[in-house]
Design a binder for this molecule. Structure first.
Ligand SMILES: O=C(C[C@@H]1CCCCN1)Cn1cnc2cc(Cl)c(F)cc2c1=O
Ligand SMILES: [Mg+2]
Ligand SMILES: [Mg+2]
Length: 564
């Protein structure tokens, strides 16, 4: 491609509202432009990289028996009523009416559509297992679109769906997808981890998220220093090596703690470290209340709590509810003396405490020398706290460290929910109708492109891994007024392309300094400069990543390009 004939609108300055590197560089290097909040145009270079990412995804989906389809973005509201999500989803679901006032959604995902197609077209177990996938535009009206392509309101996703009669068949497809995702992200040059994840509103059984490690990632990963254990922090289990304390139990005592509310205030007032205090929080779990107790230095993990309680919604109760139920507000709650109908759950770490402090369910009073097994009524121990760095890894190997990650993919064992809701069933080998079970598998294709830039850049600009670069080589003529340089540039352009090299040829009438700065921004793996020594048949080759430069003859260049 000749730059005199394409569109690569570079920017010298960092755009004001671009806060992360990938957003800044994709804008400055002329790969994308924002149309409006959360909605982008892929310009020629951006579209070429998008095509490359999609090509890798297609190859790996096809290799595991995926059938590519293309479902509509426009979806009938009726399907979403059948699944129950028309009413369940909030403002994130983009809804619209057609000229006949019929209701539609702009698809954020395609469980309903794909299940309706399989319901209508798949009648026999002989047609299973079936995996279909698409690479298609999704719409989600994010409250706060940000970070460019990392969180847009219109974005490109590969979403795949598999259909089965048995869990074994689903497990096989899940594993095949898991392995294909690992191949895809490896081929794209990403440093990623597959982590145990929470299925959120999707329900179902197992799910893993694929996280590109990056400081700008919104998710936190807990991983072991000595094994391949890795989990989204929402799900990371705590290794239960807690044993009862050997401390002598002291006499329980109620003390006045005037206006001491927070764990730290109470601990300081009573003169003990914060981990010798118990934190008691009242939660509303669906329609009932639960009293949750953790060590003072631990935090309640509400996702774990939701799983333990098997509820849909979990939220902190209000002060009013606490006062009504327990007689005090959040500053002085405790599990001692609560009525039988309030469920009490203690985190595992509470097993090992002795002679600690907790609220007395009376504003301005606490108990000291509390020992749960002696002083609490009915309660259970559960793993309900967030894991912390330095904790033992739940597989017993090594300790836990945290990292930030960008969620670029997720695989789900969805189960039978959507097939149930939409009536997707087949006749099994006994001729009896059976409901299908499903898996669903997503990759954020446009988000992945941004994640690659987050992991591959330097101060001068993007440094594309060679397998995803929009072109293999950047050919630059230094002085476009010099006939010899232009002649050699033109000749090399033809010769390199004839050798099968994808070349971006900067043939513009621009100052050399501008051309080099833009070339560093765009970040192609190799740059060939035709300059003063053109008359001697000598060019300069520069490798973008190492920034190493080398002068060489045309023949040497043609030999070199066979290796890239
Ligand atoms: O999309 C998934 C599950 C999988 C992910 C892999 C590919 C297939 N879908 C989860 N999810 C996320 N955000 C959503 C936003 C809206 Cl507004 C919605 F209506 C539905 C969803 C929704 O279902
Ligand atoms: Mg998440
Ligand atoms: Mg997720």
């Amino acid at each position: 491609m000749k730059q005199s004939q394409t569109l690569i609108p570079t920017l010298k300055e960092i755009p004001a509202d671009a806060d992360v590197t990938s957003h800044q560089l994709l804008l400055r290097a002329g790969f994308i432009r924002q149309n409006f909040s959360g909605v982008y145009t892929f310009l020629p270079l951006g579209k070429k990289v998008l095509n490359i990412v999609e090509k890798v995804v297609r190859e790996e989906m096809d290799a595991i028996g995926g059938n590519e389809v293309l479902m509509p973005a426009l979806q009938s509201a009726d399907l979403w009523r059948e699944s129950g999500r028309w009413d369940k989803m909030g403002p994130e679901l983009m809804r619209l009416n057609d000229r006949h006032e019929r209701e539609f959604v702009l698809g954020p995902t395609h469980e309903e559509v794909v299940t309706s197609i399989v319901r209508d077209e798949v009648k026999s177990y002989k047609q299973l297992p079936l995996t279909v996938y698409q690479i298609q535009t999704k719409f989600r009206d994010e409250r706060r679109p940000r970070f460019g392509l990392l969180r847009g309101r219109e974005f490109i996703m590969k979403d795949a769906y598999s259909f089965h009669l048995t869990d074994e068949s689903l497990d096989a497809s899940y594993q095949a997808m898991y392995d294909a995702y690992s191949r895809i992200f490896t081929r794209l040059g990403l440093n990623f981890r597959a982590v145990i994840a929470d299925s959120g509103a999707m329900g179902g059984k197992d799910t893993h998220e694929f996280m590109a490690l990056s400081k700008v990632g919104e998710d936190t990963i807990a991983y072991s220093t000595a094994s391949d254990y890795a989990a989204n922090i929402e799900m990371a289990e705590v290794y239960d090596n807690y044993s009862p304390s050997t401390e002598t139990l002291k006499e329980l005592e109620k003390v006045s703690t005037p206006n001491k509310k927070t764990m730290q205030e109470v601990a300081d007032f009573l003169g003990h470290p914060i981990d010798k205090g118990l934190k008691t929080l009242l939660f509303k779990a669906d329609e009932s209340f639960v009293l949750v107790v953790t060590r003072g230095d631990h935090e309640v993990n509400e996702i774990k709590l939701k799983h333990v309680l098997h509820v849909e919604n979990i939220e902190l109760a209000t002060d009013e509810a606490a006062r009504e139920l327990l007689g005090a507000d959040f500053g002085s709650l405790g599990p001692i003396g609560v009525s039988e109908d309030v469920q009490v759950i203690c985190d595992l770490a509470v097993k090992a405490v002795a002679n600690v402090t907790c609220g007395a369910n009376e504003d301005g009073f606490h108990y000291v020398n509390v020992n749960p097994s002696r002083d609490f009524g009915e309660f259970t121990y559960e793993d309900i706290r967030f894991i912390q760095e330095g904790d033992l890894s739940p597989d017993g190997k090594g300790t836990i460290k945290f990292a930030e990650g960008i969620e670029i993919g997720q695989v789900f064992k969805l189960g039978k929910f959507y097939a149930n809701q939409l009536g997707a069933e087949v006749l099994n080998d006994q001729g009896r109708a059976e409901t299908l079970t499903m898996g669903c598998y997503g990759i954020g294709v446009s988000r992945t492109l941004a994640a690659i830039v987050e992991q591959h850049h330097d101060d001068a600009g993007i440094v594309w891994p060679k397998q995803v670069a929009p072109f293999a080589l950047h050919l630059i003529v230094v002085n476009s007024k010099n006939d010899e340089q232009v002649a050699l540039g033109n000749a090399l352009y033809e010769q390199l392309q004839a050798a099968g090299i994808e070349v971006l040829y900067d043939d513009r009438k621009e100052r050399a300094g501008v051309k080099f700065a833009e070339s560093d921004l765009i970040g192609l793996p190799v740059r060939v400069t035709v300059g003063k020594k053109a008359s001697e048949g000598i060019i300069e080759l520069k490798e973008r990543k190492s920034e190493e430069k080398e002068e060489m003859t045309i023949d040497a260049l043609m030999a070199y390009v066979k290796t890239i």
